[in-house]
Design a protein around this ligand. Structure first.
Ligand SMILES: [Ca+2]
Ligand SMILES: [Ca+2]
Ligand SMILES: [Ca+2]
Ligand SMILES: [Ca+2]
Length: 324
């Protein structure tokens, strides 16, 4: 067998392996969490979670029950995606008198799922929540996504406000929004911002804390910070979803952008009041699955090809737009 034939064979094998891995790795940033995250809605518009999501006792997470069913961990979905998750879906029919923990607010304030994954150097985040603009203006104030590692803090602007009420989807580049609340957590005003756009990524800055009793110290990126770039971002809501909305985003080449690999970082999201909170401490899953136990030279070639293909794919799929 000639050397050329071996190389061609290894190349074909590498391409086959990489193709199957990359198909599993594709996340469509469309505000639909069904096929890529295993989070969908049943006929009654209640969340349904993939059987891969389990509670601390190892039983499947079913949602829509009570706070005791909050669960978090790392799992591999049926599509092959390795994810880190925090699920806490309280009853979708609860009114504002119900506790979502630590404070009250019912479904309108329910932070239901925060799921994170990494593929090909890109960071993907998905959120399911009851925070919808059509909850009523005073009940609507989605916080910004906060990532911390040691003393470093990054934020992703979620937007919303008046733009959200005129459109069923907030996307990257729409105006961002700052919400002002009263001491009970009701939104009293909101201000759109064209200098902090939805989906924009920031380092540092001054964060608002939740209301008294929520003990949430970073719910909303209020002022300042250094602009790093834009994510590929969608905040999707529709009456067809019942009282649910879905955030989905991709931060391309996140380790380069952040200057950190985020191992041991904490990712969190809550409404601006902090009445309900999701906090995920992630040691992010590695980008590639463990290599097959094949002879060393072939293995090296396959993984090198995987990496090269992955880099090409990542650049095509999710490119970073920087402000001039
Ligand atoms: Ca999707
Ligand atoms: Ca719920
Ligand atoms: Ca919740
Ligand atoms: Ca905001």
């Amino acid at each position: 067998v000639s050397c050329t034939k071996v190389i061609v064979l290894v190349a074909l094998l590498g391409l086959t392996v990489s193709r199957s891995n990359l198909q599993a790795a594709v996340v469509n940033i469309d505000g639909n969490l069904s096929s890529d995250w295993g989070i969908s809605l049943d006929n009654n518009k209640h969340l349904v979670f993939s059987s891969a999501y389990t509670n601390s006792n190892g039983t499947q997470y079913v949602g829509n029950q009570n706070l005791a069913l909050e669960c978090h961990g790392t799992t591999t979905l049926s599509n092959g995606r390795l994810v880190v998750y925090d699920l806490e879906d309280t009853n979708d029919s609860w009114d504002h008198s119900h506790k979502v923990g630590p404070l009250y607010g019912g479904q309108d304030y329910d932070a239901e799922a925060l799921v994170v994954g990494v593929s090909n150097g890109n960071l993907y985040i998905a959120i399911a929540t009851g925070q919808r603009p059509d909850n009523g203006y005073s009940y609507f104030g989605p916080g910004d996504i906060c990532i911390t590692k040691g003393s470093e803090v990054w934020g992703i602007e979620t937007g919303g406000g008046s733009h959200a009420t005129s459109s069923h989807m907030v996307v990257d580049g729409d105006q961002g929004t700052n919400y002002t609340l009263n001491s009970n957590g009701y939104t009293t005003s909101s201000m759109n911002s064209s200098s902090r756009l939805a989906g924009s990524i920031w380092k540092g800055g001054t964060w608002d804390a939740g209301i008294n009793g929520s003990n949430d110290t970073r719910t909303q990126l209020r002022t300042g910070g250094t602009y790093l770039g834009m994510s590929d971002y969608v905040y999707n809501f529709d009456s067809a979803f019942g009282q649910h909305a879905f955030i989905e985003l991709c931060i391309p080449n996140y380790a380069d952008l952040f200057g950190s690999n985020l191992a041991g970082a904490s990712i969190r999201w809550s409404p601006v009041c902090g009445n309900d909170q999701l906090t995920l401490c992630v040691v992010l899953p590695s980008e590639l699955p463990p290599g097959p136990s094949v002879p060393e030279p072939a293995s090296v070639t396959i993984w090198a090809m995987l990496l090269l293909t992955a880099i090409c794919f990542a650049r095509r799929k999710c490119s970073l737009a920087r402000r001039p």
